[in-house]
Design a protein around this ligand. Structure first.
Ligand code: NDP
Ligand code: 2IT
Length: 450
């Protein structure tokens, strides 16, 4: 990085940190984008003169509200919920809701900011937003989750709409939660429209939405490997997480002939050197989605499997690593360990799973490294297709949606190559950030001072 770029970057980040104190993960997400985009801005001064990066790092608005609900013992419980409507320059706000105890405004701002770039990359008309609550669905009965979702929607419904803001799932928000949320939205609005995505297939959901993030991540990984004349066939794969994204990444990786040797949850990881095949994955789906159990049970079910409590899987030597759990789950040291063990590709199913030191390590080592905003865009892309189907009042079949998802992931890969070409290689971080930035920035320039 030249001195001029570094100076501009430092000045910009100092201002951002001053305006948003105590928001470490938001700073991190902006820093990663700013490092990529700043050299491009200096080459294209029209964006600098219009102060576009400052404007893009300030959310359009943030809604914060109290959610009161009654638990099964009749106690009154209070949670805090947010909706960060980050940027609607290229379409209605779009992005998931996260229910997790540690959720803060900083987390949702980082996710909303990432979403702006990701949604731009999909090529679909979607702005960026994110929301959620510091609510823990774990250990709650279905009725408690229902009452929480209904109470949350009483406030949220006035801020969302099919042409305004369209929420979906994220950590802790799956099919069950979206159903409760949509059922309540429909009652309050007295309209049956696609204001949420990830809905059940009986009431406006799209085929392939459940699988889309994990499948899309594997399609992207295959695109990266194809570019260097390789493929996933025969590769060993470490996956973190065992939720929605991890399960369908594992399923598609297996279908592509790879051997998935790890999965994890917040209690630790399992290492299965024989590989997690379709039958074993069916067990994990039932364990996590139906019984809502812990990943350690997998090690009791199958022989030759080790459970490593409170650890992440990055010390296991593999060809491909797919972080699919949460933010900051690959440290600088984890990245170095993966590189030392000869990792070929790292493809992010989760949002910002790699700390900045890890990102820099992968880029320096020439690892095929796909940031989440490109690699996990398949989920929101199929959400966009769900919106289109709802608006048209039709349903496409599985093959149609899957083909569109494949095409979208391929086009995102091409955009990353166009903007990230680096000698013979590709800097996918720069490619994704610059390509995502340009569409939104050009729209904002066209609107004048907004
Ligand atoms: P789920 O709630 O279905 O699964 C989350 C998984 O990650 C669980 O295995 C969970 O373990 C684990 N996990 C969550 N938080 C932590 C933590 N702090 N430490 C260790 N493990 C953790 O969520 P999703 O699969 O939907 O989301 C996973 C990631 O993918 C997130 O980063 C999300 O933002 C991103 N993403 C999701 C999309 C979607 O369509 N769902 C789209 C694009 C990105 P446990 O069961 O113990 O909690
Ligand atoms: O991070 C994400 O892209 C998601 N959680 C999915 C968002 C969506 O609107 O489908």
């Amino acid at each position: 990085m030249s001195d001029a770029v570094q100076k501009k970057l430092d000045h910009f980040m100092q201002g951002l940190i001053k305006r948003n104190p105590h928001e470490a993960v938001f700073h991190q997400a902006v820093q990663e984008v700013a490092e990529s985009v700043m050299p491009y801005l200096l080459e294209h001064p029209k964006y600098l003169e219009a102060n576009i990066l400052e404007r893009m790092t300030e959310p359009d608005r943030v809604i914060i509200f109290r959610v009161c609900w009654e638990d099964d013992e009749g106690r009154i419980r209070t949670n805090r919920a947010w909706r960060v409507q980050f940027n609607n320059a290229i379409g209605p706000y779009k992005g998931g809701l996260r229910f997790r105890p540690g959720v803060t405004l900083s987390v949702l701002k980082f996710l909303g900011f990432e979403q702006v770039f990701k949604n731009s990359l999909t090529g679909l008309p979607m702005g960026g937003g994110k929301g959620g609550a510091n609510f823990n669905p774990k250990g709650k009965s279905d009725r408690e989750v229902m009452r929480f979702c209904q109470s949350l929607m009483i406030e949220l419904h006035r801020h969302i709409g099919e042409d305004t803001d369209v929420p979906a799932g994220d950590i802790g928000v799956g099919g069950r939660e979206i159903s409760y949320l949509f059922g309540q939205y429909k009652r309050l609005a007295n309209r049956f429209v696609g204001t949420l995505t990830g809905k059940g297939l009986q009431f406006g959901g799209s085929l392939v939405r459940t699988e889309a993030t994990g499948y899309g991540c594997i399609y992207f990984c295959e695109n990266m490997l194809e570019r260097i004349g390789d493929s996933l066939r025969g590769k060993s794969v470490a996956i973190s997480g065992s939720g929605n994204v991890a399960i369908y990444a594992a399923e598609k990786a297996h279908q592509f002939g790879a051997k998935v040797v790890t999965m994890s949850d917040s209690t630790g990881f399992v290492h299965d050197p024989d590989g997690i095949d379709a039958d074993k994955l069916a067990y994990i789906k039932d364990l996590k989605e139906v019984r809502r159990g812990r990943i350690s049970e997998y090690a009791q079910q199958y022989s030759g499997v080790e459970f490593h409590a409170d650890q992440r899987p990055w010390g296991v030597p593999v060809d491909v690593a797919l972080p699919c759990a949460t933010q900051n789950e690959i440290s600088g040291d984890d990245a170095k360990e993966l590189i030392k063990n000869g990792v070929l590709a790292v493809c992010e199913g989760a949002n910002m799973p790699t700390k900045l030191a890890g990102v820099h390590a992968f880029l320096e080592a020439g690892t095929l490294y796909a940031p989440g905003k490109a690699a996990n865009a398949g989920g929101v892309a199929v959400s966009g297709l769900e919106q289109s189907q709802n608006a048209l009042r039709i349903s496409w079949d599985h093959a149609e949606v899957d083909a569109r998802l494949k095409t979208i992931m391929k086009e995102i890969h091409e955009k990353c190559v166009t903007h990230g070409k680096d000698g013979d290689g590709v800097n996918y971080v720069r490619g994704a950030n610059v390509a995502g930035f340009v569409k939104v920035a050009d729209a904002m320039l066209a609107y004048g001072i907004v």
